[in-house]
Design a protein around this ligand. Structure first.
Ligand code: PGA
Length: 216
């Protein structure tokens, strides 16, 4: 099984999100051994879930983050409890959060715990091996080298596999790569040790994203 996660980041308004999904659903055919996960901004998750459930489409949802708080008086926060039942997965510790929002390892650990407690599977993003959290079982580890994110400089398969080797992952931990993956360069990633991809820029256009899935 290979996973394809569309990380939209802070892009699109409601109309653009609806259009994206409309176009995608017209072209999307579930592919054998490929799982497609959409991570739009929080406000679109409920709408996407409704449409996906109604049409019984083989697509899953992820949040791009979740709160360090469980629940309570934290205006503006989106908690794991709120997201339970809405998303199956969550992206945690993306470098854009570590850098722009000063997210710390403790906060990341906290988010992972909360996700797991609320039955949401965390995808932990790392740019350095030292960012791996070892005393918790994390089902998905994503290698996201900062210099490759949104730059067009995707890492080659050899260096991705070298990074993976250094992590000493448990046998049931899946390993993803993210960083300038597109419909052309995804063909370079033939190793079955790369279990999935986080796709940012190339996921913003539904036709292009589908092509990434087809080629990957
Ligand atoms: P990118 O983003 O595909 O635009 O490089 C990847 C990511 O940050 O998840």
């Amino acid at each position: 099984m290979r996973y394809f996660v569309a990380n939209w980041k802070a892009n699109k308004n409601l109309n653009e999100a609806k259009n994206w999904l409309n176009v995608f659903l017209k072209i999307y055919r579930p592919q054998k051994e490929k799982k497609v996960i959409l991570a739009p901004p929080f406000p679109f998750l409920a709408l996407f879930k409704k449409i996906i459930d109604q049409k019984k489409i083989d697509l899953e949802l992820a949040s791009q983050d979740l709160s360090i708080y469980e629940e309570g008086s934290y205006t503006g926060e989106v908690t794991a409890k709120t997201l339970q039942g809405l998303v199956k997965y969550t992206i945690i510790g993306h470098s854009e959060r570590r850098i722009n929002f000063n997210e710390t390892t403790n906060q990341i650990k906290n988010k992972i715990n909360l996700a797991i407690n609320y039955h949401i599977q965390p995808m932990l993003c790392l740019s350095k091996t030292s960012e791996l959290i070892k005393n918790q079982f994390i089902p998905f580890i994503v290698y996201e080298p900062i210099e490759s994110i949104g730059t067009g400089y995707n890492k080659d398969q050899k260096s991705i596999l070298l990074f993976r080797k250094k992590l000493n992952l448990k046998f049931n931990q899946l390993f993803f790569y993210g960083g300038s993956v597109n419909k052309d360069n995804i063909k370079e990633y033939s190793s079955r040790k790369i279990n999935g991809f986080l796709i940012g820029t190339a996921s913003l256009n539904p036709t292009e994203f589908y092509q990434v899935i087809i080629n990957g």
